[in-house]
Design a protein around this ligand. Sequence first.
Ligand SMILES: N[C@@H](CCC(=O)N[C@@H](CS)C(=O)NCC(=O)O)C(=O)O
Length: 229
Amino acid sequence: MAYTLHELRAADGRAFSPFCWRARMALAHKGIVPVLRPSRFSDIREIGHGCRTVPVLFHGGACFTDSWDIAVYLERELPDAARLFAGAGDRHYARFLHHWAGTQLHPTIFRTIAADICDRLDPADQRYFRETREARLGGAKLESVRENQAVAVAQFRAALAPVRSLLEEQAFVAGTQPAYPDYIVFGALQWARVISPVPLLDANDPVRQWFERCLDLHGGLGRGEPAAV
Ligand SMILES: N[C@@H](CCC(=O)N[C@@H](CS)C(=O)NCC(=O)O)C(=O)O
């Protein structure tokens, strides 16, 4: 039975959504090569099942409309494949990272790359993106983030402090091996890498070195998506 993943794409087909990258990495972790269904923002409602966001995963008769639910489903469905959450504690740890990424990491990245995202979207998506995302910026133009980019990058690097300290002690966010906690943080950095040429991390930053290791996971799945230039 195929696993079909609907994911967000830019005008040139690049996969940039942080949440979709979580799902892509979770599927690969379980050894699954999904059927990919590219979507624009303007196509998402056509997926059906009340979908308002991607990723969306179909498997058999089941449909999952949230990246967290996808990971939990894969873990339940495929208990003998590599674990995404080694135990109940790991699931709570991952859930904490999910909220930390949503409240601390994604907003600082967004304030760095918002205009770059818009530039790379299909024209059918650009007006919707501008309207909804400028509202998130309190009415400021998307382009205004470029003027404040240095501040946002500094805030982003500061937000990573606990992960940086952790990665000085261990190879992956989940421990000695990668698991879903890594994919949560990876999705955020991959979002920026694929859609914006702004360098977020110095080469000697332990977070950057961990990110490079993650890009090589699962046959170089992440690295296969070209970086923005
Ligand atoms: N809670 C959802 C959030 C997913 C999400 O926000 N996806 C964005 C793309 S990165 C989306 O589809 N947005 C649709 C929109 O803004 O209209 C999950 O984790 O799957």
